[in-house]
Design a protein around this ligand. Structure first.
Ligand SMILES: [Zn+2]
Length: 378
């Protein structure tokens, strides 16, 4: 269904300077998609006049009041498509409106760009930085989150320091006074934060520290397993990897997990020591105050260093280097935890192919994820 409309001569004005002193210079016929009537697609046909301005000399098409520049659908059509996008996938909306998938995606992208393209940074006080895998082939994006609002304020390509360059530039221009940053223990982030936010406190994320320890614990179990000659002992050590990583309160009684773990630890002293220290490491974040935590951490380090177990020795050295960044948690109890929630939403999104085809779209979706009004799947 097509409606042909026209613009009255007296309303012509220059799109450059707004002057009404213009002379008609032909025009071009254009067609715009607009709201459907029932199930029928509806078009508006308009001959868009071209005018020459007597004031500024420009020769231009006059502005079309109901559509953005360079698009072939009206603003009301755009609003309707966005409204539907809150409940339906891109494919469903496209199918319902009988228009191509690309047009609906473009409408969403333009809207995301308007709303989230340039996040405000001036108010930032506490941020978390972490990388997130965007799917197969080990592709990563690095995400910066405002911990007060939960909004993602930067999505950088790849991981490591380079992924943050654009963020630091924007942050500097914004004049924000960031007080604390939560990251994992990777040297790239440490360097980046020390260089660009020398006044901020760097806080190592608790769960990343524990995760790193757990990785070392698994390695230790593997090494010990291969060193063992006794088949009995080997048998006891086999298959306890997950039990070592579990918190004791999560062990499954019905599957004899506490017994199996106990048996493995009884047979192997280094493993028992490392396991015991894992629980102690967790306690560093459970103290009344920083002073008690500091004492506990120093005890931990001393104990680990004198254990004679190489893996513990190395880990203790790392902790000694960064002790105050762990203890800084008592001044700024922040973590990268809130980023995990975002990560889960991204996992839902990235199953969709557009994440790989159009990285820019994926990044915009992540920037808007805290107030997502779209169906996440596309
Ligand atoms: Zn003009």
């Amino acid at each position: 269904m097509t409606f042909t409309i026209s613009q009255p001569r007296e309303s012509y004005c220059c799109s450059q300077c707004g002057s009404k002193e213009v002379i008609g210079r032909g025009g071009r016929s254009r067609r715009f998609r607009t709201l459907p009537i029932g199930g029928k697609p509806v078009y508006l046909r308009l001959r868009v006049p071209r005018v020459e301005c007597c004031d500024c000399g420009a020769v231009r098409q006059v502005e079309v009041g109901f559509a953005d520049q360079r698009v072939s659908y009206t603003r009301s059509f755009e609003r309707y498509a966005l409204e539907l996008s809150r409940y339906m996938t891109i494919k469903d909306v496209a199918c319902h409106l009988r228009i191509s998938w690309d047009v609906i995606k473009e409408i969403q992208k333009r809207n995301l760009l308007r709303r989230f393209g340039k996040p405000r940074l001036k108010h930032l006080k506490q941020i978390a930085i972490d990388e997130i895998s965007t799917g197969k082939g080990h592709r990563y994006v690095t995400i910066v989150m405002d911990l007060q609002s939960g909004a993602v304020v930067h999505v950088g390509d790849g991981k490591g320091g380079d992924a943050l360059t654009a963020f630091w530039n924007r942050l500097r221009c914004s004049g924000a006074k960031v007080q604390a940053v939560a990251t994992d223990m990777s040297p790239a982030y440490i360097d980046a934060v020390l260089t660009h936010l020398p006044k901020a406190t760097l806080v190592f994320d608790r769960f990343h520290v524990i995760k790193l320890y757990n990785e070392k614990l698994s390695e230790l179990r593997r090494t010990l397993y291969h060193q063992l000659k006794d088949t009995m002992q080997k048998h006891a050590l086999k298959g306890v990897r997950w039990l070592l990583l579990k918190r004791p309160e999560n062990l499954d009684l019905s599957r004899r997990e506490p017994q199996r773990l106990k048996e493995a630890l009884r047979l192997n002293e280094p493993l028992a020591t490392a396991y015991f220290l894992k629980e102690e490491l967790n306690n560093i974040w459970e103290q009344e105050d920083q002073e008690t935590a500091a004492a506990l951490l120093m005890d931990w380090i001393t104990y680990a260093e004198s254990s004679g177990i190489q893996m513990l020795h190395k880990f203790a050295k790392t902790l000694r280097c960064h002790a105050w960044r762990i203890l800084a948690w008592y001044d700024h109890p922040i973590s990268t935890g809130p980023l995990e929630g975002t990560n889960n939403k991204i996992k839902t999104m990235k199953r969709q192919a557009y994440g790989f085809r159009d990285l820019e779209f994926l990044k915009l979706k992540i920037l808007g994820i805290h107030e997502t009004t779209y169906a996440l799947v596309g």
